[in-house]
Each structure stands twice: as structure tokens, then as C-alpha cells.
Write a protein that binds this ligand. Structure first.
Ligand code: C2E
Ligand code: MG
Ligand code: MG
Length: 708
């Protein structure tokens, strides 16, 4: 920073430069009278040396000197350190305008002409000094302002309201990333504003110009290098002394970091960090607002409660990392589907108000506002189910995922958040109980169904301990001979109050609650014990198939359970067959292969149940050690009437046989179906045509004859 000599003790210092000693003397005297200390130089060179050594505040400079004239001395002086601010008074004998002009060009602050008025000279000196100080102050505060603006990431711009001219500082250009020439119009100035907002910003500034209003705008700009910044642009109208508007003075500020911090806080508070969806707090807030709006406008809206089917299974078997990745993918798809315009078209409504949130775990919610009728919501729900149910390739695994959705409608299913939540939730449970991968509206009757679900879960705990479970056996028939070659063990729950409960009503619940582990163990043990009993009773050894639910199959220590259950039953008889469904294979983990291999090592057979209903691919059949393929009942059911079913059955049999698998047809109910299956080359079958599942005693009687 320039050191100023304002505080020099004993007053200000003046340097008098003239080749005429008598003039130097007079000048010195008159300056001393005015309070200056005085130095003298007889020519330009000496003057420069003295200036460098003493830094005087005022220089009186004669124009005509022999060695170096006053103009050159003044120019040189200005270049010396401290030379910029010194006041130079040129003493000229030539009272013509040309030399006065030259004096100013050389950098003089003022001039006096000879003959000199000695009384006035001192005052002039003092006056010049004061003006110089004011000038220095102004310059200093300007550079301070520039520095401050730099630090505050500020730039300024202005519009002269009288001439309509625009100008801005270089810092402004840097801030706005304008690297080409300095903007000369508002349009140039706004060139870096992102396209979508440029017109709005321009309109605001135009309005401020026309109506003499202050403005405060906040918008993003894109710099030439592609980075994005956030700009706060504030402007005020300045009025002249007559009160008429003169200037629109604006300041632009880079508030990117502030904006980012704000955004982060907002994200933390209202968004789920894993998926980026709204969190529970934001969802509740929106729900409350939607309720208020819907009440005011007498509108309906829907709340969808989504729960991924058997997500726990994936989390438990593959770990949270994989689970998280899956949640992210599902969330992205969910968002995409809700926001897409064709969903809006389906609904015939503005979807921009819809909210997608993750409540936690694998639970998601969606608000569909301003719906006309529930059917429209059903379409969206069906579409979500379709779009979300898929195979997700994650980290080398191919994970299949389906979703169940419960729906509550405002106002009939509830008029406050709690009721809407509760009812959408119970509808969702109903969807799960009816087989998952579906949507369900809330109705009063569904509440009862949900209640039953809880009572089943509660009663299941007791059922195994108190022998309420039994196994029924359904014969498996060799189609060619109609001989019984095996049995499928099917569980039944004889509930003390509710009577016989079929597996479809409790297996899914047991899977979700984890009670399936005990059930699997019980089934394997009971089937093996039964096998042993029949053998002791002298019946021919028969193959029994048991259904093992896929839930955490690999972590159930199922191999040890089977080993224990088999006990003394000779393994070489290969009497036990394990039925698994396709979704077990689709977990696609090393452990699953390990578990299946473990079963094979025990010389047991493995059957793939309900084949064709999942997302099986040929790869599964070649990768996993499967012996038997069971064609799902749904294909067999219409095989004589639906040509499509026939095509599928043919393909399964051909493919299965070529891979060396045994093919079993499930659910044969009529002689026609039987005849057709036999003709198609299917090996075995089971179904009501031959026999319903029966208790063990009845089955033993069937075995005596062995042909059905
Ligand atoms: P699944 O393994 O596919 O068993 C065949 C189902 O089809 C049985 O129903 C059986 O009664 C039924 N069925 C057999 N023949 C016919 C027919 O001709 N027509 C019709 N309409 N149905 C027929 P169930 O016993 O109600 O079992 C349903 C499902 O529950 C089973 O399907 C199986 O996935 C599961 N399940 C049954 N027992 C167990 C078990 O002990 N453990 C496990 N984890 N799941 C079991
Ligand atoms: Mg089965
Ligand atoms: Mg089946």
C-alpha cells in the first residue's frame, strides 16, 4: 500500500525546481509562509533524485530548464515510487494554451504563469495539497471497494436510466463466466443464465427499469467451462437530487456455496439419503397439505403404500450392500414411472404434484393427487407393479423383485394422515396375503383380513409345538402305467377354532415372519418319519417329495436338518425329493448352489416346482443340479383348450428331456388332460383325477394297490 506523508512532522514538504536561483528563493519564501518545508533543485535530474530521497508532497516545476525540461521531468516523476499521487504545479512563462495542454498531458495537476503572484502561490500550494489528499482518499476507497467486492464474490453493473446504457465491472464478467468481450447490453449480460430462466430474469430487469423498482433475483448460470454457479442479483434504483430516477445499480454475487449448503440441509432434512426420494417427514408434510387442498376443492386423492416382496430375503442372503443397491434401482424406477407424462395421461391429471417417498426399509409411498376415479389409480398401480417387477442385475447377481401395493383413497378411506396410512398399509398386507405382486384397495373387509393375518402369525407360533400341523400326501403317478411312484407331502394346519387351513393362507406369512424355518424342519422330519413307518409296516419304499420354501434356504442349515431327519433311512434308496420354486434359484448366490449341491451329495433328488410361472431361464436348468421339472398347474389346466398352453408344455418337455430331466405335470383333473400329457411324453403327473392329497393312513391304503 502507498505510504502517504500526511503525517509528516512540521508540515508538508515542497520541492522547488528552477534553474534560476532567485526565482527558487522567492518561491521558497512564499511556500514557507504557507507552512511548507522546502527543498530546492536546479534542474530535472537533481529534482528526480531529491524526490526519490524525500518524497515531497508538492513539486513546483519550471517548464523551461536547460538539461531536462519541466514536461519530461514531470513524466519521469510520475513513474517514480510515490510519484503517482504527488501534486505537481507547473510554472510556465509561456502563457499559451498549447503549453498548458502539454503540462497536463505530462501529468501536472495545475499550472501558474510567470510573473508569479507570490502571495497567491502559497495558498495555491495548500489548496493543491488538499485536493490531492481527497483524490488519494477516493482512489484508496475505490480499490478497497474492489477488494471487498472481490472477497465477497461481488460484481456490479448499472443501467443509466436516462440514456438506457448498460455497463458492468470486469469482476462481473468473471463471475458470470463471460470470457468474450465485456457485455454492452442486458442481453450480453444475461448470456450465461441457463436457457430456461433467461427470459424470466430479463423480464424482471425490464420491469425494474420501467417501473423504477428494486429487484432481487436468484438464478443459475453456466460458465463457458461448463460449471454451474448460483447468482444472487440485486439492484436498486438511485435518484438524482431532483428526485428523478437516474441509475439502476446492481450487484451480482456468487452464492453457489451458500446454495449448496442450503440444498444439503434441505436434502438432509427432507430427503432419503440412499434413494434421494422424499423421506417420511416430507411425505407427511405433503400429505397434510394435500388433505387441506383436497378438502377445499372437494377432490379425491390416493395414497399408495408399496412394499417390496421378500426384500428381507435378499438383504439377509446377499447382505445390506446389495439390498441398498436394489432399493436405489427400484426407487429410481418408481420415480421415473410416476413422473413420466404418460402416467399423467393415464390419470388425466397433473402428476407434478405427486410425491414419491421412501418411508424406510423397503417401504415406499406415493401420493396421486386430484384423481377422478379409483380406476385411474388402479391403472397406475398395475403399471407400477409391471414396471417394478423385474430382474435387476446387481453386482453379478440377477435379483428378481416384485412389489405389493396397498391403496387408500381420500376421503372415503380416511380423512387424516394416520387413517390413510393405516388403511393403505392394511390393504398392502392384504395384497401380500393374496399372493404378492399385486395391488389392493382398502375396504372395510380388508381390515378383517389384515387382522386375520396377525392372528395367523400369532397362532403359528403355537401350532408346531402343539401338533396342529399335519402332512397330507398326494400320489405321483407314472403316466404310462398309472402306478403310484411317489408322493408329494403337502402341509395342512388343523386350527383348533378355524378348522383346516390350507398352506396358501399361512406359508407366505411364515416366510415373512421367519417361522418358515421351523416349518421346513418339521416337514422334513415328519416326511422322513412317515417313510420309516411305512417301511416298518412292510410297504414298498416310496419316494416322497417335500416342499421347501425358498426363504433363506441357504442359511437354514437345511442340509444338517435333512441329514438328522433321514437318520437311519438308507440314502441310497433316494427316497426323498426336495421341491423348490424358481425364485430360490434366482437368488443366484454361491450359497444357493452350495446348498443344492449339499442336497445332491446326500443323493437326494431336486424338483423345480411350478415351472413356468417365474422368470426361469434355460440357464437355471443348466447351472443348478435339478432332476425334475414340474409343469405348473396353470399350463396343464387349459392344455386341451388353449393352443398356447400346449405350445409351452411341448417346449418344456422337449427342453427338459434334452437336458435329461424328468417331467411331472401338476394338476391333472380330467382324462383328456391325462391322455394329452401322456401323448406329449410327460413322465409323471399328479392331480385330482388320480387323487386329492390324503392323510397318511389313506395313502398307505392306496399303496397296497399302487395303481390308480
Ligand atoms: P405345490 O407345491 O405346487 O402343490 C400343489 C398344489 O396343488 C397343492 O395345493 C395341491 O393340493 C394342489 N393340487 C394338486 N392337484 C390338483 C388338481 O388337480 N387341481 C387343483 N386345482 N389343485 C391341485 P396345496 O396343498 O393347497 O398347497 C399349495 C402350495 O402350498 C403348494 O403348491 C406349495 O407351494 C405350498 N406348500 C404345501 N405344502 C408345503 C410345505 O410343507 N412346505 C412349504 N414350504 N410349502 C408348502
Ligand atoms: Mg410342490
Ligand atoms: Mg406346484
Amino acid at each position: 500500500m502507498t505510504i502517504l506523508n500526511d503525517t509528516r512532522p512540521g508540515g508538508s514538504l515542497a520541492l522547488v525546481v528552477d534553474d534560476d536561483p532567485s526565482l527558487r528563493l522567492y518561491m521558497g519564501v512564499s511556500l514557507k509562509k504557507a507552512g511548507f518545508e522546502v527543498l530546492e533543485a536546479d534542474g530535472g535530474e537533481t529534482a528526480l533524485a531529491l524526490f526519490a530521497a524525500h518524497r515531497p508532497d508538492l513539486v513546483l516545476l519550471d517548464v523551461v530548464m536547460p538539461d531536462m525540461d519541466g514536461f519530461d521531468t514531470c513524466k519521469a516523476l510520475r513513474k517514480l515510487p510515490g510519484g503517482r499521487y504527488v501534486q505537481v504545479l507547473m510554472v510556465t512563462g509561456l502563457d499559451d494554451s498549447e503549453s498548458i495542454e502539454r503540462a497536463f498531458d505530462a501529468g501536472a495537476n495545475d499550472f501558474v504563469s510567470k510573473p508569479i503572484n507570490w502571495t497567491v502561490l502559497g495558498h495555491k500550494g495548500r489548496y493543491l495539497l488538499r485536493a490531492g489528499r481527497a483524490f488519494r482518499e477516493l482512489d484508496r476507497s475505490r480499490s478497497r471497494l474492489a477488494k471487498t467486492q472481490e472477497l465477497a464474490r461481488l460484481g456490479n453493473w448499472q443501467i443509466d436510466l436516462l440514456k438506457g446504457e448498460f455497463s458492468c465491472s470486469s469482476k462481473t464478467c468473471r463471475l458470470l463466466g463471460i470470457t468474450s468481450q465485456r457485455p454492452e447490453t442486458i442481453d450480453d449480460f444475461l448470456q450465461s443464465v441457463i436457457a430456461g430462466q433467461r427470459d424470466t430474469v430479463k423480464a424482471e430487469i425490464d420491469r425494474a427499469v420501467q417501473h423504477h423498482q428494486d429487484i432481487s433475483l436468484n438464478y443459475p448460470v453456466i460458465l463457458d467451462d461448463g460449471t454451474q454457479k448460483h447468482i444472487l442479483n440485486q439492484a436498486e434504483v438511485l435518484f438524482n437530487e431532483h428526485g428523478s430516477p437516474e441509475l439502476l445499480l446492481g450487484v451480482v454475487q456468487d452464492v453457489t456455496q451458500l446454495k449448496r449448503a442450503e440444498e444439503e440441509i434441505r436434502l438432509l432434512a427432507f430427503y432419503d439419503s440412499l434413494t434421494g426420494l422424499a423421506n417420511r417427514a416430507l411425505f407427511l408434510d405433503r400429505l397434510e397439505k394435500t388433505i387441506a387442498g383436497a378438502q377445499r376443492n372437494q377432490q379425491k386423492f390416493a395414497m399408495l403404500f408399496l412394499d417390496l416382496d421378500q426384500f428381507k430375503l435378499i438383504n439377509d442372503t446377499l447382505g445390506h450392500h446389495i439390498g441398498d443397491l436394489l432399493l436405489k434401482k427400484v426407487a429410481a424406477r418408481l420415480k421415473r414411472n410416476i413422473r413420466s407424462t404418460d402416467t399423467a395421461a393415464i390419470l388425466g391429471t397433473r402428476m407434478s404434484d405427486s410425491v414419491v417417498a421412501r418411508l424406510g426399509g423397503d417401504e415406499f409411498t406415493v401420493l396421486l393427487t386430484d384423481i377422478e376415479k379409483p380406476e385411474a389409480v388402479a391403472k397406475v398401480a398395475a403399471r407400477l407393479i409391471r414396471e417394478l417387477s423385474d430382474i435387476y442385475p446387481i453386482d453379478g447377481h440377477e435379483l428378481s423383485m416384485t412389489t405389493s401395493i396397498g391403496i387408500s383413497i381420500f376421503p372415503e378411506d380416511g380423512e387424516d394422515p394416520a387413517a390413510l396410512f393405516k388403511n393403505a398399509d392394511s390393504a398392502m398386507y392384504h395384497a401380500k396375503n393374496s399372493g404378492r405382486n399385486r395391488y389392493q384397495f382398502y375396504k372395510e373387509s380388508l381390515n378383517r383380513a389384515a387382522l386375520e393375518r396377525f392372528s395367523i402369525e400369532r397362532d403359528l407360533k403355537r401350532a408346531l409345538a402343539t401338533d396342529e400341523m399335519v402332512l397330507f400326501y398326494q400320489p405321483q403317478i407314472e403316466l404310462a402305467s398309472r402306478r403310484i411312484v411317489g408322493a408329494e407331502a403337502l402341509i395342512r394346519w388343523v386350527h383348533p377354532n378355524k378348522g383346516m387351513i390350507p398352506p396358501d393362507r399361512f406359508i407366505a406369512i411364515a416366510e415373512e415372519s421367519g417361522q418358515i424355518i421351523d416349518i421346513n424342519r418339521w416337514v422334513v422330519q415328519t416326511a422322513c418319519r412317515q417313510m420309516q413307518q411305512w417301511r416298518t409296516a412292510g410297504l414298498a419304499p416310496i419316494r416322497i417329495a417335500v416342499n421347501l420354501s425358498g426363504y433363506r434356504l441357504s442359511s437354514q442349515d437345511i442340509i444338517q436338518t435333512i441329514k438328522d431327519a433321514l437318520g437311519s433311512v438308507a440314502a441310497e434308496n433316494q427316497v426323498l425329493e426336495i421341491e423348490i420354486t424358481e425364485n430360490v434359484l434366482m437368488q443366484d448366490t454361491k450359497e444357493t448352489i452350495g446348498t443344492l449341491q449339499g442336497i445332491k451329495d446326500l443323493k437326494l433328488r431336486i424338483a423345480l416346482d411350478d415351472f413356468g410361472t417365474g422368470y426361469s431361464s434355460l440357464r437355471y436348468l443348466t447351472t443348478f443340479p435339478v432332476d425334475t421339472i414340474k409343469i405348473d398347474r396353470s399350463f396343464v389346466m387349459g392344455c386341451t383348450t388353449e393352443p398356447k398352453n400346449l405350445v409351452i408344455i411341448r417346449a418344456i418337455i422337449a427342453m427338459g428331456h434334452s437336458l435329461g430331466k424328468r417331467i411331472v405335470a401338476e394338476g391333472i383333473e380330467t382324462e383328456e388332460q391325462y391322455a394329452l400329457m401322456k401323448e406329449l411324453g410327460c413322465d409323471e403327473g399328479q392331480g385330482y383325477l388320480f387323487k386329492h392329497p390324503v392323510p397318511a393312513d389313506t395313502f398307505a391304503e392306496l399303496l397296497v394297490n399302487a395303481v390308480l
